[in-house]
Design a protein around this ligand. Sequence first.
Ligand code: PGA
Length: 250
Amino acid sequence: MRKKFIAGNWKMYTTASTAKSLAEGVAKGITDNAVTVAVCPPFPWLSIVADALQGSPVAVGGQNCHYAAEGAYTGDVSPQMLLDAGCKYVIVGHSERRHGLNESDLFLNRKVKAATSAGLSVIFCVGELLAEREGKQTEDVLDYQLASGLTGLSKEAVSKLVIAYEPVWAIGTGKVATPDQAQEAHAFIRKRFAAQFGDAAAHTLVIQYGGSVKPDNARELLKLPDVDGALVGGASLKPDSFLAIVRAAV
Ligand code: PGA
């Protein structure tokens, strides 16, 4: 049995004080390890949130990182910096960076390698655009994103991966994938992962669904055989809605 993993992606929302109270609100509602839970705040609040979560099972993640260990990269953050700030996870390849900021597959692959070798677990996002789904290219897109983004990873790196299937048309739109669409894509990702890294790695791989996950649709998605959790954007910004999604995973 794979343990369910619910992560909140706060994107570029919250202030220092709302981030702290949101973290405290989440921590108050999570008292056991039945579900793996993490929150990914904006960079400036990482230490504030990590402090607020001291002693709680809720982990912290960064929303992005650079592949270099250090250097002249204005505005960027290294994997080690995230670890120092208290992070266990980092999101790599979110569509808002792939499509919004033109991050290439090669660039994402370097980040995955650097982050996993530094000791972070990577939530690697994949997903098709609406036009790609309508053009029946979903599997080709997933296949390419997995092949290129995850090429050349060590066994150790593979064990630190979580995949988030996030159809781009479902992110922030209120249009959630149907259970059939989600299950089909997740099963394909697991099969593809098995071909790339072996059956055992695919069997233990946690695959989150992301894109308009809310308290009222979470249960239906989280009970699907290949849906092992959720990457939650909008609904992670309030303790009540985020905690309701965590409860739906139990
Ligand atoms: P959403 O975002 O839940 O607001 O659709 C999900 C994500 O972008 O990770």
